[in-house]
Write a protein that binds this ligand. Structure first.
Ligand code: SIN
Length: 517
């Protein structure tokens, strides 16, 4: 270990009294190694140049597991965003005119580079986001899969020939890139939410300005560095971060930005939708959920426990598709609660670099306070905690995996997304009641059902007002299937053959007969 690294580790261990010391030291050593790696960047990317904010302002990126400062990145705003938009606009002409095969090659190279740096990217995700390393490595593969998929899909953007209504005409439909895309992405998937947007955008010839979450910009910057290394030309992919509302306003105000794509809260999504009206931009929104997980009395209990566990506790409950309400048939309610408790109590909580840990910290103090206030509301209305129910003894933002029973539909836990490791158990008597409870929300992203009755599978899947339905399965996201919600969970679909349409305009061309007099 070098002298500088040793000093850094010493400093960390004295700064972090609540954190398990060997693990804090491990994290500092990982951070130091990453800073020396070829993918580590801590400046914005505009027109192929790594740049600071124009006034030199910075913001700190923290490790949620230890509170340690990992890096300072530029605190950018309107000016840098406008520069990034200009670069993306300039690059659009040449990038969109490359053949699909040429763009596909660049994307494929980017995919290969992401996969060959999987370990470092996974470590970066764990450092700045907190999820366990194994899960972070899974995110790298998941994130990379969108680049690979859309590298292939780039070559399949077909137009159409329409049978003409007049004999001397020919009618064509072309598909063309929408133009410059503003992509605003969240902290819960620092890589995958970027690649799920930028993959299809670049594949069909758009250029992009990405604004990653200020909480997790380092993974985005590393991915952008790999895009440059892959030969994606300067200006095609730009990254700015800092003042979220100024950056968002600049993207919305610019007539050069023709599309906004956003993953995040419903509240921010609504603002973006209203803001996009000013310049009539295309918009895709992947917003909050309130996923029901219905466990019928004919379900295989082991399958249901395993599925609900995965759907609820993935990323410590911090995904838009996490089970938010576990709705269990009254006939198996107690049995399910007991079996589920046994499984949940085995979940090991800790920092993401510790072997065996499956639950990392929540992203910040506000996230923990939200969980606490929802739980308080439920308890004051008669719910009972049967497991967990408090901050973890590790301190920081670690929270105990929690199960709450006797939850009613009027409690905050059932009405809104808790975005934390709390599983509320509700009861139902009939299939109709289960469907009614499941649909009684403004959200409509993911839903899950557990049953061994095939007819019920179809009946309930069709009745659920959701964009995604998992049957006897708790993790259903994949690059090959459309991801997106109905109602106030969003607009548009990401991933799959449908995802690329969000970045394409249709143009109708009518060819007349030149020789006609
Ligand atoms: C999200 O939480 O927004 C994404 C989850 C996923 O892709 O599975």
């Amino acid at each position: 270990m070098g002298v500088a690294r040793f000093a850094l580790c010493k400093m960390a261990s004295s700064l972090l009294p609540r954190m398990h010391r060997p693990s804090a030291l491990r994290q500092m050593s990982v951070a130091a190694d990453l800073k020396n790696s070829t993918i580590f960047r801590s400046q914005g990317l505009i027109g192929g140049q790594w740049v600071a904010a124009h006034d030199g302002k910075t913001l700190q990126v923290n490790n949620p597991s230890t509170g340690e400062i990992i890096a300072d990145v530029p605190f950018m705003g309107r000016r840098e965003t406008n520069d990034a938009i200009s670069s993306a606009y300039e690059a659009l002409n040449s990038w969109s005119k490359l053949t699909a095969a040429e763009r596909s090659k660049c994307l494929r190279k980017w995919y290969d580079l992401i996969m060959s740096h999987k370990e470092e990217l996974g470590q970066l995700i764990t450092l700045e986001q907190g999820k366990p390393l194994k899960e972070a490595l899974g995110e790298v593969s998941y994130g990379a899969s969108f680049i690979e998929f859309f590298a292939e899909e780039a070559k399949r953007v077909y137009g159409d020939i329409i049978p003409a209504t007049l004999a001397d005409r020919r009618l064509f439909v072309l598909k063309q890139p929408v133009g410059v895309v503003g992509a605003i992405t969240p902290w819960n998937f620092p890589l995958a939410m970027i690649t799920r947007k930028v993959g299809p955008a670049l594949a069909c010839g758009c250029t992009a300005v990405v604004k990653p979450s200020e909480l997790t910009p380092l993974t985005a910057l590393a991915a952008a560095e790999l895009a440059l290394q892959a030969g994606i030309p300067p200006g095609v992919l730009n990254v700015v971060m800092g003042n979220a509302s100024d950056i968002g306003d600049a993207l919305l105000a610019s007539p050069q930005v023709r599309k906004i794509t956003f993953t995040g809260s419903t509240a921010v999504g609504k603002k973006l939708m209203a803001g996009a009206a000013g310049t009539v931009k295309r918009i895709s929104l992947e917003l909050g959920g309130n996923a029901p997980c219905i466990v019928f009395d004919d379900a295989d209990l082991d399958v249901a426990v395993k599925g609900v566990l995965a759907a609820k506790f993935r990323n410590s409950g911090q995904t838009c598709v996490c089970a938010n309400r576990v709705i269990v048939h009254e006939g198996i309610y107690e049995k399910f609660a007991e079996a589920f408790s046994k499984a949940v109590q085995n979940l090991q909580v800790g920092d993401g670099f510790t072997e065996g840990v499956v639950q990392g910290p929540l992203i910040n103090e506000a996230a923990v306070q939200k969980v606490e206030s929802f739980l308080q509301d439920a308890l004051s209305k008669g719910a009972k905690v049967i497991l967990g129910g408090k901050r973890h003894s590790l301190g920081m933002t670690f929270y105990e995996p929690t199960i709450v029973t006797d939850v009613k539909t009027d409690m905050l836990l059932a009405r809104e997304e808790v975005f934390g490791p709390v599983a509320p158990l509700l009861r139902f008597k009939t299939e109709e009641e289960a469907i009614r409870i499941a649909n009684d929300t403004n959200a409509g992203l993911a839903a899950y059902i557990f049953t061994s009755n095939v007819q019920r599978t179809w009946r309930v899947s069709e009745a659920l007002e959701y964009g995604l339905v998992g049957v006897n399965e708790g993790i259903i996201s994949t690059e090959v299937a459309p991801f997106g919600g109905v109602k106030q969970s969003g607009l548009g679909r990401e991933g799959s053959k449908y995802g690329i349409d969000e970045y394409l305009e249709l143009k109708y061309v009518c060819l007349g007969d030149m020789n006609r007099k």
